[in-house]
Design a protein around this ligand. Structure first.
Ligand code: ADP
Length: 764
C-alpha cells in the first residue's frame, strides 16, 4: 500500500517538477502522429489512391521528415538550455514552421499548425500570442513574397496564368483569369482562410492549454493534500499507538499500586495510614480512569473499536448501570432515578457494551457536575416493525453548560467552564468518546442545557427485538430483587455437620463461603464414590448432592446410599443447576428430601438448612445482637463505599451482574474476588477440547454444565447462558453447531479473563 502510494506520489511529482519535459514529450508525440498521418498519406499516394503529383509529394515529405528530426533533437537539447535560449529556439521553430508550412502547400495546415501545439503545451499565453502574430505575419510575407519571386506553392499555381497550363493538363482545374488582381486574390484565397484556420486552431489550443495547466495545478494540489493527509494520518497513528502502548504500560503499575494499597487499607489499623491509603486509592483509581479513557479514545481513533452485536437483556444492562452509578450518587447526596418504560421489550439484539459505556459516561458526568438534586435516566421505546427505537435521556439538575460551550464538548481533552470545574477531576475525553461511539452506532447526541439549571443528554438507538415480552416495572422487578436477596436470616449451628458433594470445586467454595457465618461444619466431596466413603465413615446431619457428576452422578449416589441403608434418616438434598420446571417433582419422586437450584440464593439455602437441620443445633440471632457480633461474621457490607479492586472489575467488565454475584457470595467482596480468580484459572478450554476430540459428549456435557454454574456464580450471565445453550445441544446428541457455540464460549471466556488480568495485572 505504502509502495503504491509512494509510486503514485512520485509520478505526480514528475508531472509537476518536470513539466517542461512532459511538454516536450507531448509536442514530440503530436509531431510523431502528424508524421504518421503524413507518411500514410504519402504511401496512399504512391499506391495511386490520391492522385497528387508524386514529385510534389517527395518535395514536401522529405523536408517534413527533416523538420521532424530537427525538432526532435532541438526539443531534447532545449531541456538543458537557459530560458532565453529556449524562447529563441522556440520562435525560430515557429517561424521556420510557418514558412515551410506555407510552401509545402499540400500539407500546409498540418505542418503550420504545429507551432500552435508546441506553444500550447510548452509555453504560456504570451508565447501563444507571439505564435498568432508570427504565423499571420509570416503567412502574408511568404504568400506575397512567394508570388512575386515565383516561389509559390502548388495551389497558388492554380491561380497564376503562367503555371495554370501545367495543372489543367489532366483536366482537374478549370479556373481561368482569376488572378486578375493578385493582391486581392491572394488575400481572399490564401491569407484570410489560413489565418482563420490558425485563429480557430489557436482557440482550441488555448482551451487545451488551460485544461492541461488546470489539471497539472489540480494534480499538484491533490498531491499536496494527499501528502499532508498521509503525514497527518501517520502522525495520528503514531500518537494513537504511543498512547495505547503507554496506557497499557501505565495500567499495570497502577493496578499494582491499587492492589498493594488495598493490602495497606485492610491490614493497617492506624487511622492516619488508613486516611493516606484511601487518598492513594482515590488518586490511583482516578488515574486508572483517565488511562482507560485514553485507551478507549485511541482505540476508536485507530479504528480498532468494533461494533459487536449480541442478544442482551435490557433489564440486566440497566440494573448494572444503576448499581454502578448508585454509589457515586449516594456519595454526593443526589437522588438517582431510573424512569424506565415498562413497555420496553425484555431482550434486544445490539451492541450492549457500547450502549452501556455511553450511558456510564453520561450518568457519571451528570453526577459529577450536579451538586444537589436529581439525576434521572429515562428510557422509552417506539416500535418500528421488528425493531425498536430506544430513546435514552440523562437529565440532571446540575451546573449546566453555557450555550457557546456546547459545541466544544466533543473536542478531545476539551473541558468547559474550566474555572468553575477546576476541582472536578476529568480528562475532557468522556464526551468525545460518547460522540464517537454514538457515531459508530449510527446515532448522535442531543444536548439541551440551561446554565446553572441543568442539562439533558439524549440519543436514539435502533435495536432488533429478540424477546418482545414487556420488561414491566423496572423498580420492582430489578431493583426490588436486590433487596430481597440481601436479607438473610442470622443463625449459627456450630455443631451441625453437613456434607456437600460436587465435582466442581468452585461450587464447593461458594457453598462453604455462604455458610461461613453459620459456623456449620462443612465437609466436602468431589465425586459420588468419595461421598459414599465419607458417609460410611462419618455421621452427617444433612447431605447436599450435586446431580451432574462424572462416573457416578447425584441420583446414582443417592440410590447407592439409600439402597445400602447408609445414614438412614439423614435428609439428602439435590443440588442442581437444572432449574427446569418439573425438576423439583422429578427429584422428589426419586426420593430426595428437597431440591435447591444453583446458583444458590443465600436466603433459600438458609431456609433449607433451618428446615432440615436438627432444631437443637440452631441458634437464631436477632439483628441487633448480630450487629454487636459483627466481628464473628462475614462482613455483610452494602457494597463498599470505598473504591476497591472490585471497582476496577466493574469498570473493565461492566457486563457482569455484580449484585447477583455478590448476593451469592453473601456480599463478601474479598471472597467474590477470590472466586473470580478461580474462575479465570479454570482449565475449561483444555478439558472441553479433550472431551470433544475423544467424542466423549457425556462428560463434555457434564463439564459445560458445571462451567455454566461457575459463570453464573461470578455474575457472567451471558457466558452462563451460552454454556447452557451448549449443554442443551450436547444433551440432544446433536453435534451440529457445537463447534460454533464452543468457539463463542471460549471467546467470551477469554475476553473476561483478559480484562480481569488487565485489572489485576496478574499476567505480570
Ligand atoms: P470531563 O472528563 O472533563 O468530565 P467530558 O468530555 O466528559 O470531560 O466532558 C467535557 C466537559 O463537558 C466537562 O469538562 C464539563 O465541563 C462539561 N459537562 C459534561 N457533562 C456535563 C453535565 N452533565 N453538566 C454540566 N457540564 C457537563
Amino acid at each position: 500500500m505504502q509502495d503504491l502510494n509512494g509510486k503514485k506520489r512520485d509520478d505526480i511529482s514528475v508531472y509537476i517538477n518536470e513539466q517542461e519535459y512532459i511538454a516536450n514529450s507531448y509536442v514530440m508525440k503530436c509531431f510523431s502522429v502528424t508524421m504518421l498521418v503524413y507518411t500514410a498519406t504519402f504511401l496512399l499516394d504512391l499506391l495511386g489512391i490520391f492522385v497528387v503529383d508524386q514529385k510534389l509529394m517527395w518535395q514536401s515529405y522529405v523536408p517534413s521528415l527533416i523538420i521532424y528530426l530537427v525538432v526532435y533533437f532541438i526539443s531534447k537539447s532545449m531541456l538543458a538550455s537557459s530560458k532565453k535560449t529556449k524562447y529563441f529556439i522556440l520562435f525560430s521553430i515557429i517561424l521556420v514552421f510557418t514558412i515551410i508550412g506555407v510552401f509545402i502547400t499540400y500539407h500546409v495546415v498540418l505542418v503550420s499548425l504545429l507551432p500552435f501545439l508546441y506553444a500550447t503545451i510548452y509555453s504560456s499565453k504570451r508565447v501563444m500570442r507571439y505564435v498568432y502574430a508570427l504565423t499571420v505575419i509570416s503567412t502574408i510575407v511568404v504568400v506575397y513574397g512567394g508570388y512575386f519571386y515565383g516561389l509559390c506553392d502548388a495551389n497558388m499555381a492554380v491561380l497564376t496564368t503562367s503555371t495554370l497550363q501545367n495543372h489543367t493538363a489532366n483536366g482537374q482545374f478549370a479556373l481561368t483569369e482569376i488572378n486578375a488582381n493578385p493582391y486581392f486574390t491572394l488575400m481572399l484565397f490564401y491569407v484570410i482562410p489560413r489565418c482563420l484556420i490558425y485563429i480557430a486552431f489557436g482557440v482550441v489550443c488555448r482551451r487545451i492549454f488551460s485544461i492541461i495547466s488546470n489539471s497539472v495545478e489540480k494534480a499538484k494540489r491533490a498531491d499536496e493534500i494527499e501528502k499532508a493527509r498521509i503525514e497527518a494520518e501517520n502522525a495520528n497513528r503514531a500518537k494513537s499507538q504511543f498512547v495505547a502502548r503507554i496506557s497499557h504500560e501505565i495500567r499495570t503499575p497502577i493496578n499494582a499500586v491499587i492492589g498493594m494499597n488495598e493490602m495497606i487499607l485492610r491490614e493497617s489499623k492506624e487511622e492516619n495510614i488508613q486516611r493516606y491509603s484511601r487518598d492513594v486509592h482515590d488518586s490511583s483509581v482516578m488515574l486508572l480512569n483517565i488511562i482507560n479513557e485514553l485507551l478507549d479514545s485511541s482505540k476508536i481513533e485507530s479504528g480498532k473499536m468494533e461494533i459487536v452485536s449480541v442478544n442482551y437483556k435490557i433489564g440486566n444492562l440497566l440494573h448494572d448501570l444503576h448499581n454502578m452509578i448508585r454509589i457515586k450518587a449516594k456519595e454526593k447526596g443526589l437522588e438517582l432515578l431510573f424512569d424506565i418504560d415498562p413497555a420496553l421489550s425484555k431482550e434486544y439484539y445490539g451492541d450492549d457494551k457500547h450502549i452501556k459505556q455511553i450511558l456510564i459516561n453520561l450518568l457519571s458526568n451528570a453526577v459529577k457536575y450536579t451538586n444537589q438534586g436529581t439525576v434521572i435516566l429515562k428510557v422509552t421505546c417506539r416500535r418500528e416493525g421488528e425493531n425498536a427505537v430506544l430513546h435514552f435521556a440523562v437529565k440532571d439538575t446540575g451546573i449546566g453548560i453555557k450555550e457557546e460551550d456546547i459545541e466544544k464538548l466533543y473536542d478531545a481533552f476539551q473541558r468547559v467552564d474550566v474555572t468553575r470545574n477546576r476541582n472536578v477531576e476529568g480528562s475532557g475525553l468522556g464526551m468525545n468518546i460518547v460522540q464517537q461511539l454514538l457515531e459508530l452506532l449510527g446515532s448522535e447526541l442531543q444536548i439541551q442545557s440551561e446554565y446553572e439549571k441543568g442539562s439533558e443528554f439524549s440519543f436514539d438507538i435502533v435495536q432488533k427485538i429478540v424477546d418482545a415480552e414487556p420488561l414491566g416495572d423496572f423498580q420492582e422487578n430489578y431493583l426490588g430483587n436486590y433487596k430481597a436477596e440481601n436479607s438473610r436470616i442470622n443463625y449459627i449451628a456450630p455443631d451441625a455437620k453437613v456434607l456437600v458433594v460436587d465435582d466442581n470445586e468452585m461450587n464447593l467454595r461458594v457453598f462453604q463461603a455462604l455458610l461461613k457465618q453459620t459456623r456449620i461444619q462443612i465437609h466436602m466431596a468431589t465425586s459420588g464414590m468419595a461421598c459414599i466413603d465419607m458417609v460410611n465413615n462419618q455421621a452427617y446431619d444433612l447431605i447436599f448432592l450435586d446431580h451432574m457428576m462424572p462416573e457416578m452422578d447425584g441420583v446414582q449416589t443417592f440410590h447407592a446410599i439409600r439402597n445400602n441403608k447408609m445414614c438412614e434418616g439423614v435428609p439428602i438434598i439435590m443440588l442442581t443447576a437444572n432449574a427446569i420446571s418439573g425438576d423439583r417433582e422429578r427429584y422428589l419422586s426419586e426420593g430426595f428430601d428437597d431440591f435447591l437450584s444453583k446458583p444458590i440464593i443465600p436466603d433459600k439455602l438458609d431456609r433449607m438448612l433451618l428446615q432440615h437441620l436438627p432444631k437443637k443445633y440452631i441458634t437464631v440471632i436477632n439483628t441487633d445482637e448480630s450487629a454487636d457480633n459483627a466481628d464473628d461474621k462475614v462482613m455483610v457490607k452494602e457494597v463498599s463505599e470505598n473504591m476497591t479492586a472490585l471497582d476496577g472489575l466493574r469498570q473493565r467488565l461492566p457486563e457482569l451482574d455484580y449484585e447477583k454475584a455478590l448476593a451469592i457470595c453473601s456480599q463478601d467482596e474479598n471472597f467474590y474476588l477470590e472466586l473470580f480468580k478461580d474462575f479465570t484459572e479454570l482449565q475449561i478450554k483444555k478439558e472441553l477440547t479433550g472431551y470433544m476430540s475423544d467424542k466423549d459428549y457425556k462428560n463434555y456435557s457434564i463439564r459445560v454444565h458445571g462451567f455454566k454454574n461457575n459463570a453464573y456464580s461470578v455474575g457472567a450471565t451471558d457466558l452462563g447462558d451460552l454454556a447452557y445453550e451448549l449443554e442443551k445441544l450436547t444433551k440432544s446428541n446433536s453435534t451440529d453447531g457445537i463447534h460454533t457455540l464452543q468457539t463463542r464460549l471460549f471467546e467470551q471466556y477469554d475476553s473476561i479473563c483478559l480484562r480481569y488480568k488487565e485489572v489485576t495485572g496478574s499476567d505480570n
